[in-house]
Design a protein around this ligand. Structure first.
Ligand SMILES: [Zn+2]
Length: 213
């Protein structure tokens, strides 16, 4: 899981979720050197839960991710998923309408939803939860059905059972930010709070070293 990718660290909103362009490239090339396989979300099934298999995801969708990371993946023919916050589109630092069109046209890109306004799910009423997770307008905008969802903040604290059950009604795979590998059992039994490993400048070297098959 990635957020911002920017060599200019003064642009980082949160250093715990940001990485330099150099770090990003080294991490992806490190995964390749280890023999990892890059899957798309549509390929994800319980039998694919093994350390060698990797899915690259981005959240919120900062314009720097579009500019500094995605062209590198496309050049390497590596699939990826973007979890877009609908009302971030065309706001400062986030993806533009033009970028979204590029993502729509990119066959390597899977588009997922990351709520309308990136609110803390725990603080919302049932009605507000429904409104935040509803993606009819977003589906019209991108011209496809959306089956994948990632919770804003995404921790066990941020996401109540009520929000998980709500997400389950609409989406086939739902992601948290619990930073551990995804198990076969989770994919089989509860694909509505799937973990993702946060990669940032401070941990990418260590995370690469930890990968063993
Ligand atoms: Zn987010």
């Amino acid at each position: 899981m990635f957020h911002q990718i920017n060599d200019d660290k003064t642009e980082w909103k949160d250093k715990g979720t940001s990485i330099t362009q150099t770090g990003f490239r080294m991490f992806i090339e490190g995964l390749q050197a280890k023999g990892c396989r890059f899957l798309t979300l549509a390929d994800l099934s319980p039998d694919k839960a093994e350390p060698r298999n990797v899915i690259i995801t981005f959240d919120d969708i900062f314009q720097d991710a579009v500019k500094n990371a995605i062209p590198f993946l496309v050049e390497k023919n590596i699939p990826f998923c973007v979890f877009i916050t609908e009302n971030y589109i065309n706001s400062e630092n986030f993806l533009t309408s033009q970028s979204i069109q590029k993502l729509i046209d990119e066959p390597l890109c899977t588009i997922g939803f990351h709520t309308k306004n990136h609110k803390l799910m725990r603080s919302l009423t049932r009605k507000e939860l429904g409104e935040e997770m509803e993606c009819n307008d977003f589906e019209k905008l991108v011209g496809r059905n959306i089956s994948f969802f990632a919770f804003p903040y995404g921790s066990l604290y941020a996401c109540t059972l009520k929000s998980i059950l709500r997400a389950k009604r609409k989406y086939t795979l739902v992601f948290s930010t619990v930073s551990i590998p995804c198990s076969k059992r989770q994919l089989q039994k509860v694909p509505f709070f799937l973990p993702r490993i946060n990669i940032c400048e401070g941990n990418y070297r260590r995370k690469l070293k930890e990968i063993r098959f």
